[in-house]
Design a protein around this ligand. Structure first.
Ligand code: C2E
Ligand code: CA
Ligand code: CA
Length: 709
């Protein structure tokens, strides 16, 4: 279709204008034709009809006049003759009047019939006058010659009148013919113009359909498709320059916006979906997460309550996974977790739910008919343990793992999520305690422990808040001159009812329930305050939990505490274990450097135990290294341990680090350590952890002893 450079409005105006012009022209033409027909008709009515009437009457009068003449010629008496003469005179007057009227109507036209009529009439009247002048005697009136002359004049006049009437008839016919022709012409023109108008109207309709209706319908259809979700629908008529084109372009913009909107909507939906998956799934292994497991367990418990089913919850915890993660790196650790997840899935049945609860903790939920769930749980637990015990190979690494599994049963062990999870956990701890790599079912006797632990947790929270955990002091002795180097601060907690609780129990618990920082600050602050008066020569050694070393604010908080207590940083040693250095090396390095810059000395605690690495000795500048007490204790009856300690001492001496041996209980051990260059000793041989009063007494006694010596 050709594209006009005109707007639709202009095109429509043009078409309608042309149409109106045709109609108007037609009307003007018709009016003109009618007018001329009307003029002709008027002429026929006013002139020709009147003319004919006049001529007819003239002809009648001429005959009357002739009859009057005849009466005069035949009159018997003067009386009759005079009456005939009067009658002739009257007719003569009428004839003359008619003649004038007629010539007034047609006299201007140069017509031969008129001239002939006028002449014939004049001749007749002249002959009449001449005849009238004769003596009124019958003989002269009837003189044959004059009578025949008069009759001839009458005949000529009458014939001329008839001829004029004929002429008039013919002229009227000609006029009517002209009017008819004009009328026919007008009808022809009207017909032609009307056909032209109709053709134009049809063409206009066709154009409107082609240019407006059809494109609008196409655009409407496209719009409907867009509304129905077809975002890639072609927009018709977009190339046009007129209003339809503008509309199509707007529609295209709308479509683009709709697409953009839909994409945005799609992205939002995907993000929501992703968020929902995140909320339900463990990202690393793809297993359901704790949240999801709790929801599933909840639903399973409801079914158990309905009486149709029973279920078992297996708590699966990897043994010694942390060292793998720490030493092999998180990438290997993650791969191990994924492999464990895969194997647990394989070890369980299709309908069992395997979830990762966090870290190296997994769970399996088994739903069964009541009689069989115990057997099933046992079978799945056995298969899970066997699956995990198979060595895992990642690249060239071969990793050997084991797991401990605790099982709780529903309805036997409880009918709520919290109880079942805790029961499975308790059973799992028992399995671990029994030597790892095995499973245990929850037993009611474990409940006691469960309650004890809960009671201990709440007691510990209260004790930390109340400052009931106090610093005790264990002496550190310089082996070269037997002087007291300082004291290690060891926390002690004696509970009213529970009695004395060892730090091996409450320190890990405080870490688990998140009160370790409060505990440390309270104990460190109190130790600084109590031991301030011992003087600059006696150092204080405090333990900082690995968890706290992840806190970037640790150094500034510790230094602030020292400042508040006016305790010189140069009197303080901080003991950390190697496990503290593994998680976030950068934060640990910065913290230790900040403390050392203020004069605080850093000791590496428990060296040789756990996962000692020579790397740390090189990467961090420790002021002291404490050889783990297990080696020193073993030296008493195990020569190999003795040789290990000798070797460690030799190594550390070469690195230029101060060495401390803890767990010195006997003089022999002390002597051997001293002979091998160990600089500081700590152990029951010198004294257990004691109160501030006893520590102060010990210091005083030592000083007195030295003076005496
Ligand atoms: P540690 O830092 O290795 O502390 C030394 C532990 O060895 C102490 O046990 C101490 O009593 C014991 N010990 C010292 N000499 C001998 C000996 O000759 N023979 C034997 N058999 N043992 C000896 P304790 O006080 O039970 O502390 C256990 C652990 O609890 C500590 O080990 C330390 O890791 C942690 N701990 C204690 N107090 C605190 C504290 O305030 N904060 C932190 N973060 N940890 C603490
Ligand atoms: Ca220590
Ligand atoms: Ca230690």
């Amino acid at each position: 279709m050709t594209s006009f450079r005109f707007s639709l409005q202009a095109q429509l105006a043009l078409f309608i204008g042309a149409f109106l012009a045709i109609v108007l022209g037609l009307a003007v033409l018709s009016t003109q034709s009618l007018r001329s027909v009307d003029a002709k008709t008027d002429a026929l009515a006013s002139k020709w009809i009147e003319g004919t009437r006049l001529l007819g009457e003239l002809s009648d009068r001429i005959s009357e006049f002739r009859i009057a003449e005849t009466y005069r010629a035949l009159a018997d008496s003067d009386e009759d003759r005079i009456a005939a003469e009067q009658r002739a005179a009257t007719n003569r007057l009428v004839i003359e009047q008619l003649q004038r009227d007629y010539f007034a109507l047609f006299g201007a036209e140069p017509r031969p019939d008129l001239a002939k009529l006028r002449d014939a009439l004049a001749a007749y009247l002249a002959a009449h006058d001449a005849w009238m002048k004769r003596e009124p005697d019958l003989a002269s009136i009837q003189a044959a010659r004059s009578v025949s002359a008069l009759h001839a004049a009458y005949k000529a006049a009458d014939d001329a009148a008839d001829a004029a009437i004929d002429e008039l008839k013919w002229s009227a016919g000609a006029e009517a013919e002209t009017a008819g022709r004009i009328t026919r012409g007008a009808i022809d023109i009207t017909l032609l113009a009307a056909s032209l108008g109709i053709a134009l109207a049809i063409w206009l309709l066709f154009r409107v359909k082609e240019r407006i209706t059809r494109p609008l319908a196409a655009i409407t259809e496209a719009l409907a498709q867009l509304a129905a979700g077809n975002r890639h629908v072609e927009v018709p008529e977009i190339e046009r320059d007129d209003e339809i084109g503008a509309m199509a372009k707007s529609f295209d913009v709308f479509r683009a916006n709709a697409q953009a909107l839909e994409r945005a909507h799609e992205a939002t939906r995907a993000a929501q979906e992703h968020a929902q998956i995140l909320a339900r799934q463990d990202l690393l292994t793809g297993l359901p997460n704790r949240r999801m497991m709790v929801a599933d367990l909840h639903a399973a418990i409801e079914r158990v309550e309905d009486g149709a089913t029973a279920c078992a919850l297996l708590s699966v915890d990897l043994d010694r996974f942390k060292p793998i993660n720490d030493l092999e790196g998180h990438r290997i650790g993650d791969a191990v977790l994924c492999e464990v997840a895969r194997r647990l899935r394989l070890a369980s049945r299709k309908n069992d739910i395997v979830a990762r609860l966090g870290g190296d903790e997994f769970a399996i939920l088994i739903e069964m008919t009541p009689a069989t769930h115990l057997d099933q749980a046992m079978r799945v637990a056995g298969r899970a343990l066997a699956a995990i015990a198979e060595p895992i190979e990642i690249g060239d690494r071969r990793i050997e793992l084991s797991a401990s599994v605790g099982v709780s049963l529903c309805p036997e062990n409880g009918l709520d999520v919290g109880t079942l999870l805790r029961a499975a956990d308790i059973a799992m701890y028992h399995a671990k305690r029994d030597g790892r790599g095995r499973f245990r079912f929850f037993e009611q006797s474990m409940d006691e422990e469960l309650r004890r632990r809960a009671a201990l947790e709440s007691a510990l929270k209260k004790a930390v808040a109340a400052g009931d955990i106090r610093p005790f002091y264990q002496p550190l002795v310089d082996l070269r001159d037997s002087r007291i180097y300082g004291f290690e601060v060891l926390s002690r907690w004696t509970h009213d009812k529970l009695g004395s609780i060892p730090p091996d129990v409450f320190i890990p618990l405080a870490e688990q329930i998140g009160v370790i920082a409060d505990l440390t600050w309270s104990v460190v602050r109190r130790a600084c305050r109590e031991s301030l008066h011992w003087g600059a020569q006696v150092r204080l050694s405090v333990n900082v939990s690995p968890m706290q070393l992840k806190d970037p604010l640790l150094a500034s908080r510790l230094l602030a505490t020292l400042e508040e207590e006016k305790f010189p940083p140069s009197r303080l040693d901080v003991e950390i274990t190697e496990s503290a250095l593994i998680d976030d090396v950068d934060i640990a390095r910065a913290t230790l450097a900040a403390l050392q810059a203020e004069g605080v000395r850093i000791s590496l605690d428990d060296f040789g135990a756990g996962y000692s690495s020579l790397y740390h000795l090189r990467a961090f500048h420790f002021d002291k290294v404490k050889i783990d007490r297990s080696f020193v204790l073993a030296m008493q009856h195990d020569e190999e341990s003795g040789r290990i300690v000798d070797a460690i001492l030799s190594l550390l001496k070469h690195l230029g680090v101060t060495t401390v041996a803890e767990g010195v209980e006997t003089e022999e051990v002390l002597r051997r350590l001293a002979e091998n260059g160990c600089e500081i000793g700590q152990g029951f041989y010198f004294g257990k952890a004691m109160t501030i009063g006893d520590a102060s007494k010990l210091l005083r006694r030592r000083r007195v002893d030295r003076r005496v010596a």
